[in-house]
Design a protein around this ligand. Structure first.
Ligand code: SAH
Length: 217
């Protein structure tokens, strides 16, 4: 009961009050129990207005920034989504509540294993997991058939990885924090018939994206 009211307050005061109005996003937040995605010792902080440590030097993102990124992406039921940086799996679950398929990549094996176990326990059947370097995206089979409607990167890159823009479907959107190690801008790239359109959605701070097309450690 306590968790339910904490979740309701999180949605009301952290999301709706700050301009999150996408009903699909709000419904997803009310369906996913955030407290199950944080370590036991800090479960009582799960619905706070902040990121939290999940071990291995990584964090579960602040609820508002996750909601904002999802709202900007304009997620649809028919979307095939690629997520880079599974972390706790919380955002993966939110995405899987809305989209038809979610492909998630994480570079720390213990984190993706834990997330996969939890998401399986919660009954998600539309999530595909991969341990590896997500700066390269999800390369499988025929690259022309393996494109994503939405790509969401939950870690900060020095530049936009070309592997990711090349895996965007026509009219698809990529959202990625881009900048230096301490401060970034949320950059959105939309693939159109006339090329890629970049927009800037404001400042943010994420853990670094480490890999071939990210930071080198
Ligand atoms: N969305 C997650 C946030 C995790 S923090 C959540 O809500 O819990 C970002 C994650 O990105 C970390 O787990 C980190 O290990 C991962 N990461 C960093 N570089 C990566 C890369 N190149 N490929 C895949 N994952 C990466």
């Amino acid at each position: 009961m306590k968790n339910r009211s904490s979740c309701g307050n999180m949605i009301k005061y952290q999301l709706v009050a700050r301009g999150i109005i996408d009903e699909k996003v709000l419904k997803a937040f009310s369906s996913v129990p955030r407290h199950l995605f944080v370590p036991d010792e800090i479960r009582y902080l799960a619905y706070n207005d902040s990121p939290l440590s999940i071990g291995e030097g990584q964090t579960i993102s602040q609820p508002y920034i996750v909601a904002l990124m999802m709202q900007i992406l304009e997620l649809k039921e028919s979307d095939k989504v690629l997520e880079i940086g599974t972390g706790s799996g919380y955002q993966t679950a939110l995405l899987a509540e809305i989209a038809t398929e979610v492909f998630t990549v994480e570079r720390i094996n213990s984190l993706i294993q834990k997330a996969e176990n939890l998401l399986n326990d919660l009954g998600y059947k539309n999530i595909f997991y991969r341990f590896g370097d997500g700066t390269l995206g999800w390369k499988d089979g025929n690259p022309e058939q393996n494109k994503f409607d939405k790509i969401i990167v939950a870690a900060a890159a020095p530049d936009i990885p070309e592997s990711l823009t090349s895996q965007l479907a026509m009219n698809g959107k990529l959202i990625i924090p881009t900048g230096n190690r301490t401060f970034q801008q949320l950059v959105v790239i939309t693939r159109t018939e006339d090329g890629y359109i970049h927009t800037n959605e404001g400042g943010c701070t994420f853990v670094p994206l480490i890999g071939d097309e990210g930071w080198q450690e």
